[in-house]
Design a protein around this ligand. Structure first.
Ligand SMILES: *Cc1c(COP(=O)(O)O)cnc(C)c1O
Length: 388
């Protein structure tokens, strides 16, 4: 009995370990709305860390739609979708998303994390194999773990060797969340078709942003539901609201309604949020300038940053990480930027592989060119220490 350590003793040891390795995480409290100009500890900062790529989260149009939604539908949904929480705006949003993405149907989930857990764990069991890119989002990995399937992780940007004697699922981020590069869909559709595996794309960071009309990575590669049956999207990023969905063949979605525990056993999104998201979908479809302008900022940033000698990744998305390597150096760089008035969060293991700690710079349609230039100035002042 004496050798059994109480859990809380292990907790304090682990916390100490995280601190000593530069891996301890802290939350910063935003004192106003999400956006480019935020306030933390009473200090105004220019935010280069949010996933609000189109600048919609606090836009007047979405605020107005949210208020309208609350007036019409109240605040809480009151129940799960299968009890009595499924309301008109949920249904309308599912239909509008299906139309936009040219897919048979859409099913809303309460978050992207839950969508991924629910999809993978209901489609796979211990007799199956889930193939995942090494840099996939944690929620996809956790979905495979929960399913009990064999998890095979293939090298980033390649495609898996599929064993045809087991049912297989090939799962990938569309835009990789910490690197910003795009999945090689032609390669993945080919290998999953040949291996008779089902392909699932999680395009959390691509929808609204990538592709001429914002339909994401499938539009970028000119691919349809035939090529890639299941598409996951999240609403908390470019859409500027909250929640997630899966789009695909009606049968598969019907199966998820019956079987997916993270769909069944949780409260439906507030209907007002679905109402507001309908407005953001309409802005994504009508305000092309947000994407066009964002693209220009991305080019501007990349040209200047590589001129400064920073190691940029191969990313055409708004995610433009500056890989530093050492956790402590990344932390110090972020702190120096904070002192200059910029919020750029350091991303460290286990979110990224060991030895690849980075400043994850994200650009949004809400930034001005001047703000991007100011960030580049501040980055160039750190350059010697960071590059060492
Ligand atoms: C953010 C993200 C998720 C999680 O979505 P939430 O709605 O925030 O839970 C899932 N997958 C990827 C690739 C993401 O980047």
């Amino acid at each position: 009995m004496g050798s059994v350590k109480p859990v809380w003793r292990r907790v304090s040891q682990e916390l100490e370990g995280l601190r000593s390795q530069g891996l301890y995480r802290v939350r910063r409290t935003l004192e106003g709305p999400q956006g480019v100009n935020v306030e933390v500890d009473g200090r105004p900062l220019i935010n280069f860390s949010s996933n609000d790529y189109l600048g919609l989260a606090s836009s007047p149009a979405l605020r107005e739609a949210m208020v309208e939604g609350v007036q019409r539908y109240g605040v809480g949904s009151g129940a799960s979708h299968l009890i009595c929480g499924h309301a008109t705006p949920h249904h309308a949003l599912e239909e509008a998303l299906a139309h936009f993405l040219r897919r048979d149907a859409v099913l809303l989930f309460s978050s992207g994390y839950m969508a991924n857990l629910g999809i993978i764990s209901s489609l796979c069991s211990r007799h199956d194999t889930v193939y995942q890119d090494r840099l996939n989002h944690a929620s996809l990995i956790d979905g495979a773990r929960l399913s009990g399937a064999r998890l095979v992780r293939y090298a980033h940007g390649t495609s898996p060797v599929i064993e045809r004697d087991r049912h297989g699922l090939v799962v990938t981020d569309g835009v990789f969340s910490m690197d910003g590069d795009l999945a090689n869909l032609p390669l993945l559709t080919k290998s999953s078709r040949e291996g008779e595996a089902l392909l699932v794309i999680d395009d959390a960071h691509g929808l609204g942003v990538i592709g001429p009309t914002g339909r994401g990575i499938l539009e970028h590669w000119g691919m349809s539901q035939e090529d890639c049956p299941l598409l996951v999207g999240t609403l908390g990023k470019a859409f500027g609201t909250f929640g997630a969905f899966v789009a695909g063949p009606r049968d598969l979605l019907d199966f998820l309604v019956q079987k997916s525990r993270t769909y069944i056993y949780t409260t439906a999104l507030p209907p007002a949020l679905a109402h507001a998201t309908l407005r953001s979908l309409s802005l994504i479809q009508t305000e092309d300038w947000r994407r066009v302008y964002l693209k220009r900022l991305i080019h501007r940033f990349r040209a200047a940053a590589s001129g400064l000698g920073f190691h940029l990744l191969d990313s055409e998305s708004p995610i433009q990480p500056i890989v530093i390597g050492d956790n402590g150096v990344a932390l110090a760089a972020s702190q120096q930027l904070l002192e200059r008035g910029f919020l750029v969060i350091p991303v460290r293991p286990p979110t990224v592989p060991k030895g690849t700690a980075r400043l994850r710079v994200t650009l949004t349609a809400g930034h001005t060119e001047r703000q991007v230039d100011q960030l580049l100035d501040a980055l160039s002042d750190l350059a010697p220490g960071v590059m060492a």
